[in-house]
Design a protein around this ligand. Structure first.
Ligand code: 5AD
Ligand code: SF4
Length: 444
């Protein structure tokens, strides 16, 4: 039996990257505007949106098992929408294989959810994976709610076509949201309680727009302008590509106090032949050069990256170049992945696919090196006094969790509230987090 009533409650489950988290929030706001309310924790929802990720292994299988788990004891299911990148890439297949799914909606089409829900409850199964030139953002409700640390998508899509990556296919071509819309959304988020905004984009440093005076500006110009919002204390951005790293953005790291000393700049591999086969269009050296310049502008910057081990054809010696690069950079934190063939991408059919056990051995060695550096970074920060934005309660009574400027998770005790910006002294560093002693509120 398929639901025929307009749902009263919803649950949005987002997987994958921060951009999906952002999309999930916006879908939730859109549903709330329709009078549909969030299902309380632990209770079944009338409508479930699975906001999926397609970047790596077994994403599609996971979606099918999630759909299966939504089936109730009496055999009925909630109204199910599959959204996100798996919906975009495999929408038709999902409709064929999963009769319980009534809506498939791509990342560029979710502003149409209310209409789709009406059609679905009228008995239709609806798919919308269009990528219209006009972006969805204008059709979404204005932001009214925010936690202390907010996301703001400024740019979507990617034109880089790295040979392993599905993003250019699932998220489409690079599109920058207009400057005025972003300034407006940022101000609304701050009015709603945000003290920190992370600007998001698959290729965020390719953002470009026209400011109020008609001048073409880049991400650095946008950051400088957002830094003028009085109650906004912190700005971050992610994810960048080494080739779009402008001198202006490097300078902003040295000049804009509100721009946090943290940079996530994926490199993927340390060997130039592998980088070429990945179509990364940078070398290990040109990547290191960018980091050197950013470090010169902001000496305390914490560095982060992404790595893929076991790209097709990667030899043992080529993998050693990745370890050597890690030794050179000394990252504060990193993500590392085993290469996963993505259907439709050039690398999926390349010769020299790497056996699973080699992949496992390489990722273990890489993660051991990255873990060593991450722990060392956290230990080296002990004794520093810094500001922490309080984001939530910790697990222990009286304990709070916030982020340091260098994006470390910081635990401390004290009389504070979520959203406070406080001063702490970092007292102990481990692999995943840092402990701290509360010194007091940040002077206004
Ligand atoms: N296999 C493994 N990792 C991948 N990534 C992207 N595509 C793949 C893939 N096919 C990783 C990259 C990217 C991050 C978001 O996910 O490291 O930077
Ligand atoms: Fe994917 Fe490469 Fe674009 Fe990043 S830059 S989203 S890895 S194609």
């Amino acid at each position: 039996m398929r639901p025929t009533q307009i749902p009263q409650t919803y649950r949005v489950k987002s997987f994958g990257c921060q951009m999906n988290v952002y999309d999930g929030e916006r879908m939730a706001e859109l549903l709330a505007e329709q009078g549909i309310t969030a299902a309380p924790d632990g209770e079944e929802a009338d409508l479930v949106v699975l906001n999926t990720c397609h970047i790596r292994e077994k994403a599609a299988e996971k979606v099918y098992s999630d759909i299966g788990r939504l089936r109730r004891a009496d055999g009925s299911s909630p109204l199910i929408a599959v959204a996100g990148c798996v919906a975009q890439a495999e929408g038709d297949e999902i409709m064929k294989r999963a009769p319980a799914v009534q809506m498939v909606v791509g990342p560029q089409a979710y502003h149409r959810l209310p209409e789709m829900i009406r059609e679905a409850t009228g008995g239709k199964r609806v798919t919308d994976t269009d990528m219209p030139a006009q972006t969805k953002f204008g059709a979404l409700p204005k932001r009214k709610r925010s936690g202390p640390a907010a996301f703001l998508t400024v740019q979507e899509g990617c034109d880089k076509f790295c040979t392993y990556c599905v993003v250019p296919y699932t998220r489409g071509a690079e599109v920058s949201r207009p400057h005025a819309d972003l300034v407006d959304e940022a101000k609304r988020l701050v009015d709603a309680g945000a003290r920190e905004i992370s600007l998001l984009g698959q290729n965020v440093n390719a953002w470009t727009g026209e400011d109020a005076k008609g001048r073409t500006i880049g991400l650095d110009g946008l950051i400088r302008e957002l830094a003028e919002i009085p109650d906004l204390a912190r700005i971050r951005y992610t994810t960048s590509h080494p080739n779009d790293f402008t001198e202006g953005l490097i300078a902003a790291h040295g000049e804009v106090d509100k721009l946090m000393p943290f940079l996530h700049l994926p490199v993927q591999a340390g060997n130039d032949r592998v980088l070429k086969a990945m179509n990364r269009s940078h070398t290990a050296e040109s990547y290191l050069k960018v980091l050197e310049k950013v470090r010169a502008a902001r000496p305390d910057i914490a560095l982060s990256g992404d790595f893929i081990v076991g790209f097709p054809g990667e030899s043992d010696a080529e993998f050693e170049d990745t370890l050597a690069l890690v030794d050179t950079v000394r990252y504060a934190q990193c993500f590392s992945f085993k290469y996963s063939p993505r259907p439709g991408t050039p690398a999926a059919t390349m010769d020299g696919q790497i056996p699973a056990e080699v992949m496992t051995e390489r990722i273990m060695r890489l993660q051991a090196a990255l873990g060593r550096d991450q722990t060392a970074f956290n230990k080296a920060s002990v004794g520093k006094t810094c500001q922490v934005l309080v984001e939530r309660r910790g697990k222990l009574p009286g304990q709070w969790l916030g982020k340091s400027p260098w994006l470390q998770s910081v635990y401390f005790d004290g009389d504070v509230a979520i959203g406070d910006m406080v001063t702490v002294e970092l007292t102990e560093g481990g692999y995943n987090a840092v402990s701290a002693r509360l010194l007091g509120p940040v002077p206004a």
